[in-house]
Structures are given as C-alpha cells and as structure tokens.
Design a protein around this ligand. Structure first.
Ligand code: SF4
Length: 381
C-alpha cells in the first residue's frame, strides 16, 4: 500500500511563487489586450491587429506585421508576444505524420507537445504543467514530480506554434488547419484549473480573440480530481472529458493512480456521469493496458459492468514502457480478449494508435530523455 500522495496542490498557493513567464497576449482576453495596449500609449485597436497576426495568421515575427507602423512594431510585439517556448528538439516519425516538439521555457523547464496528422484532421497534444505531481508510477512525467504550472499563454502557444507547422504543409497527407487539441501531454490539467480553462477559452474563441477551434474538438484529460470535474461541468463549455481510469477496482487504482486514495472509483465515475449528463458529451475512459497488472479478464468484466449503459467510450492504450521501468505493455492476444469482453458488455471500445513510439511518444518521455542527455531540470515549485 502506498502512502497518501500530495494532492493537487497549486504551487502558486504555497507562498513560494514559481518563476512564471512574462505576460503574453494569449494570457488576456481581447478587452484585456486593449487595456494593455492603451497602457503602452498605443491606440486600443492595435490589440486586435496584433491578435489577428498571432491567432488569425499564425504570425509572430514583427517584420511581417506590415499594417502596424514600422516604428512601433518591435515594441508592440515585444510587449504582447514575448518568446515563451524555445524549441530544443523537433522530431518526426510515422512518415512525417507525427511531429514531437520539446520546448525549453523561460526558467529552463522542459515541456513537450505532439502534432499528429490524419487524413481528415490535425490534432495537437499539449502540456498543462512542467512535470506532474500525481505520481502515477508507470508514467515518465510522474517520476520527475511537479516543477510548476504553465501559464495560460504557455499552454495556448504550444497549439498556436504547431498550428503554424501544420499550416506550412509540413504534415503530409493531412489538412493544413489544426482542428483538434487534447490536453494529454505533461501534467494533470485540472490541477492547473484556472489557466487550463482560460486556455480552452482562447482556443475556442474566434480570431482575433482566439484560435477558433470547435469546443467539441477539445479533450481535457484528468486522473479524477472530482471537485474540479464538477467545476468544469459548470463552465458552460462542451469539451470532452477523458478520465484516466486504468483500473476498475480501488485496490489496484490506489497504486496505479495514487489520487484514487482521495477520490475512489465510484466517486470519480459519478462525477464523470454527471459531467456527461450536463454537457451531453460522451466521456472517454482511458485505460493503459499493463501486462499482468490491470489486463486480467475479470477486470475487463468488472469495467464492463461499471460502464454498461453509460455515455462512455473506452480508449485502451498500449503502454509505452519508460526506460528501466518494471511495467510492460499487455500482449496483443490479452488486449484483444479485453476488448472482446468490454464489447460483449455493450461498451464501445477502441485501442488507441501508438503514434510517436519511436520518438519517446508517451507523455514525458522526450523531456525525460533530454534530462538524461543534459543537465537536470531546475525545480521551482
Ligand atoms: S499519467 Fe498523467 S497524471 Fe499521472 S503522473 Fe503522468 S502526467 Fe501526471
């Protein structure tokens, strides 16, 4: 039995303030940007012009903002669009359809994002925290602990940057426009609640206020922070909730997802069904298939009984083992039997594709690899 984990502590609330990045246009809504531009002694409408470059044209180079007076371009861009993400590595695999980016933040923290092209859509997977405090033992990010929450703009900028990559035609065989965003990179999104919700609002607001994505194309994952799930249901947003369940019974889930010691399977599922009822959105149940740990037939049957008749879909994830880990992926025949039992119980089930495997595609693996190759990360929270 593991001891109780540190639960969803917002590092900003601990007295020691983490080194947050400079303010950026994407931290603010349009009225906030107008107020900032006015403070800088410029007419308020310049906020809309710069926003249109950033969100509408995916341009951040002041030299390309030719509708702004040459004398103020640099100053405005410097104040509204400070550099938040410095690329450290960009790797491609799956014949260029998957591109993984590793960024260094202003304080040296590393985070990663993944761009995935499909014939009908382009998806980015973004990080919401540098590191993660949830301590799931099978996860590379969980091993390093939490460094700090990302700012709203640091979250949004990952999507905007990769939307620009997609627009350049770099993802062969896919549409050039970013359409989907999943909060499934590093971190527990609902532990950085207010910034994640603000980031969602930026992503779905039409340009020039935001990126203009459909709410239905945004997925927020969580390990099951029950009060935050309930709060999200009240936000008047209809984003998809992805619940990382990984075990249908408390005994195993207490170990695999330590936050389960605080909120049990039944409480988490109750919150998920209430979310589905409020938003009308089917909940995605994420289940990493771990050899001889959570892949037994009886656990498939138990999961089937818990989910039968609910507005839910199961996403089985073949585990991508972290280097030196004792956890391994379930063999394919075991995975197929798990799927069969869930479907027999009437539960819609798919196995997630394994995009990015050859480039350390599981959450946190690229950052962990970079840390192994270079100096350790600086913990600020
Ligand atoms: S699986 Fe997700 S919630 Fe758990 S430690 Fe990893 S990043 Fe955090």
């Amino acid at each position: 039995m593991t001891s109780l984990p540190l639960i969803p502590v917002d590092p900003d609330a601990r007295g020691r303030r983490p080194a947050m990045p400079p303010r950026h246009l994407a931290d603010l809504d349009l009225p906030g940007r107008r107020a900032l531009v006015t403070e800088l002694g410029e007419p308020g409408f310049r906020a809309k012009q710069v926003s249109n470059h950033y969100f509408g044209r995916l341009v951040r180079d002041p030299a390309q903002m030719t509708d702004l007076p040459a004398a103020t371009r640099e100053r405005l861009a410097g104040s509204l669009l400070p550099t938040l993400l410095t690329p450290v590595r960009e790797l491609a695999c799956d014949d260029g359809a998957t591109r993984k980016a590793l960024w260094r933040l202003h304080d040296g923290s590393l985070v990663e994002s993944v761009l995935m092209g499909y014939p009908d859509r382009v998806t980015v997977c973004i990080s919401s925290q540098a590191g993660c405090g949830m301590a799931c033992p099978f996860c590379a990010t969980g091993q390093a602990g939490l460094t700090r929450n990302l700012s709203t703009a640091e979250i949004v900028d990952q999507a905007v940057y990769l939307a620009g990559v997609a627009a350049s035609g770099a993802v062969a065989g896919s549409p050039p426009r970013l359409s989907h965003v999943v909060f499934m990179g590093m971190g527990e999104p609902l532990a950085n609640y207010s910034r994640v919700v603000a980031a969602i609002r930026r992503l779905v607001a039409p340009a020039p206020e935001g990126l203009g994505l459909s709410q239905r194309h945004i997925t927020v994952s969580t390990v099951g922070l029950v009060p935050a799930i309930r709060r999200l249901a009240s936000e008047d947003l209809s984003v998809t909730l992805a619940l990382s369940l990984h075990a249908p019974d408390d005994e195993l889930r207490d170990e695999l997802v330590p936050v389960n010691q605080r909120w049990k399977v039944s409480e988490v599922l109750d919150a998920a069904w209430d979310y589905a009822a409020t938003t009308g959105r089917r909940v995605s149940i994420e289940y990493a298939m771990i050899k001889d740990v959570n892949d037994q037939p009886w656990r498939a049957d138990l999961l089937g009984r818990l989910l039968a008749g609910k507005l839910a879909h199961v996403n089985l994830i073949p585990l991508n083992p972290t280097p030196g880990s004792r956890w391994d992926a379930s063999p394919k025949p075991v995975e197929r039997e798990f799927v069969r039992r869930l479907r027999d119980a009437g539960v819609s089930t798919t196995v997630r594709d394994t995009r990015g495997r050859e480039i350390d595609g599981a959450c946190g693996q690229l950052a962990a690899a970079e840390d192994r190759d270079t100096e350790p990360r600086t913990a600020t929270a």
